[in-house]
Design a binder for this molecule. Structure first.
Ligand SMILES: *Cc1c(COP(=O)(O)O)cnc(C)c1O
Length: 404
């Protein structure tokens, strides 16, 4: 008889967004006259930019004509897109990355979950706490994390790097040396980031210890400060220790369109094996490529018109971030993030737990956010608000919070 992969059964229920959903609908049902504003989920709301829509329309027409129809895409993605990525995301920043190191995909969530297939079963992973849950859960499914301890909310074989107010949300080198280090910068959920020189220290640490960094740059487009790196490859030596994941979801509104890419430099060799060649093999075996229409949409992200329109879109969300950040400050909250990322991370007042503050905000201001404890034990006592709503809703929510 079939036996299931029992690692799946070890996963604690992911109740975060379903619990939020249930609480919000119960409140809405009991208070039908109240207008609830949602600043919880990390999804964009602005429509696709015109340059992207035009590119998609053109690609749709090509698919309808025998001369220009396209079937399966090349394994790594179309050259027009990989060349645009190299030129704009790397060459323009002085990074040495080649088109045959770029793997186009349907987004960073799947890549961040799948990349662990390349590592041995007993590799030790290190994650920031709080963390984007995919990094941990995908390793749980692979049987790499030991046992879950209810009391602490931690896995016995995962190295946690707390990112809290006391260390300015900068992960510290762990006592135990990890094999794989997941870094998401700028960070979801805290909205904070580190400087290029701090990132360089992590690159040096990884090279010295033979560790690999999985660098999730999903929020790169939101960076505003000069001293923050846009790619880990801006750091010396990153080609020998880092894989970079990128997504078109947050910079271009592709959460529903689906497109991303992963960079695996040729220098990444462990025990003589090339991670780039292994990932190419994996890609070719398990994946048949992002749709042509979507890759054309991705190319348009790098067109002159596309760049201009997306800059405005990011600025729109970052204006919301400012409204939230300033509004909370004026209301007396201790606030982080919101400068290089579309997330604001606040300390809950008066020792409230993350969930107590969730209820308080829902009932008193009819505003929905995300409890920090849902992202890991060190998120307890914090709360996330997102800048992805409309300006009108964001302003109205903050006016309510300031009246509390
Ligand atoms: C939103 C997000 C992504 C993007 O995922 P896609 O699958 O590309 O939509 C990746 N990493 C983090 C941390 C995110 O918050």
């Amino acid at each position: 008889m079939l036996r299931v992969n029992e690692n799946y059964l070890k996963l604690p229920g992911s109740y975060l967004f379903s619990t939020i959903g249930k609480k919000v609908s119960a409140y809405a049902q009991a208070n039908p006259e109240k207008e609830i504003i949602r600043l919880g989920i990390g999804d964009v709301t602005q429509p696709l930019a015109p340059a992207i829509i035009e590119a998609m329309h053109r690609a749709v027409d090509e698919m309808g004509s025998p001369e220009t129809f396209r079937g399966y895409a090349p394994d790594l993605g179309y050259a027009f897109l990989r060349d645009a990525i190299v030129k704009n995301d790397y060459e323009a920043r002085g990074c040495q990355i080649y088109a045959d190191e770029i793997f186009v995909s349907d987004g960073a969530k799947s890549d961040s979950a799948n990349i662990q297939e390349l590592f041995a079963g007993d590799c030790k992973i290190a994650v920031c706490d709080p963390v984007y849950p995919v990094y941990v859960d995908s390793n749980v499914m692979a049987g790499r994390t030991g046992t879950f301890e209810e009391r602490t909310g931690m896995w016995s074989d995962v190295i946690y790097m707390p990112c809290v107010m006391e260390n300015q949300f900068v992960p510290e080198f762990p006592k135990e040396t990890p094999d794989v280090i997941y870094l998401c910068l700028p960070n979801n959920p805290t909205g904070t980031t580190i400087t290029k020189s701090q990132l360089q220290e992590w690159v040096d640490y990884a090279n010295k210890n033979g560790a690999l960094i999985i660098y999730d740059g999903a929020y790169e487009a939101y960076i505003s400060r000069e001293e923050v790196a846009h790619s880990i490859y801006e750091c010396d030596g990153a080609r020998t220790c880092a894989i970079e994941l990128k997504s078109f979801s947050k910079n271009a509104g592709f959460t529903g369109v689906r497109l991303g890419y992963t960079v695996v430099p040729k220098e990444l060799k462990f025990g003589g094996a090339s991670l780039r060649d292994m990932w190419a093999r994996r890609h070719g075996t398990k994946y048949n490529g992002a749709p042509y229409i979507v890759q054309r949409a991705g190319e348009a992200v790098y067109s002159e018109a596309g760049k201009k329109q997306l800059k405005d879109q990011v600025a729109y969300y970052m204006n919301n971030a400012r409204v939230i950040y300033d509004g909370l400050k004026k209301a007396g909250y201790t606030v982080f993030g919101g400068v290089d990322a579309p997330y604001i991370w606040l300390k809950t007042p008066e020792g409230m737990s993350s969930w107590e503050f969730f209820d308080y905000l829902l009932e008193r201001a009819n505003v929905v956010g995300t409890p920090g404890s849902g992202f890991g034990p060190s998120g307890e006592g914090y709360f996330r608000l997102t800048a992805f709503s409309s300006f009108e809703n964001t302003s109205a929510a903050l006016a309510r919070i300031r009246e509390l």
